[in-house]
Design a protein around this ligand. Sequence first.
Ligand code: NDP
Length: 249
Amino acid sequence: MRLRDKIALITGGNSGIGLATAERFVEEGARVAITGRDQKTLDAAVTKLGPNALAIQADLTEDGAAERAVAATIERFGALDILFLNAGIAGNTPVGATSRAQFEQVLATNLTAVFFTVQAAAPHLKEGGSIILNGSVHQVLGIPGASAYAASKGGIGAMNRVLASEFAPRGIRVNNVVPGATRTPIWRTFAATPEELEKLEAVYSRGIPLGHLGEAVDIANAVLFLASDEARHVTGTEIVVDGGTIGAP
Ligand code: NDP
């Protein structure tokens, strides 16, 4: 029980990496609030997670949504120890095909909303707490067709180190988990058909020495470590979970 009696808020906890992390957290004794925009998948997730989970419907790009999510977590569970900033969207268009609205939506979701959720949670996080950001190998790999996404995740990597310094005096650690290609619903947005998706995964796998994409639970296990007291002297760093990815496809 590595998270016994801990209280966590996981953004995007109704799907993929966020849901896998919520499951691991509950298994390890935590009570977990999860956010998402889609009520149906939120309901399904809470049914799966059981009585120690709370669903909060919120679009975190909207003003006040983060404050509402934090307040609902505190109201139900009474405190906040762990914050996993996981919610994100892909952006898979080359420069010439990316509209201003698309660029701004990716930045608003993957970077701005993360900053303001941290800001909303900050006054409530307890000493010994842990903030975990969710970056991407796009931070460093020049994978074509994803400049907005890469910019948003690069911002996460830079923000990680500053937040770690700012929160350290309060005994709160901040780290960034950096997934490589991971088999989650976000992948469905990359291809029009299941056959195309299979081909795309095969192409990506060629750049992964371990030979295959990660699973959501692979990322969740790294987040669990960063959230737990086992990582009590770990802050301002990144854990890359990417099967050894050596390059863009
Ligand atoms: P999913 O699409 O399964 O999860 C994305 C989550 O973000 C969903 O729960 C979604 O919920 C939520 N979300 C999206 N937009 C908003 C919003 N405006 N407000 C609130 N919640 C929102 O994909 P993953 O699990 O793969 O992605 C999770 C994170 O992991 C993302 O930050 C992604 O960039 C990162 N990542 C993923 C990789 C991969 O290969 N899968 C690789 C590297 C990083 P809802 O739709 O209900 O709002």
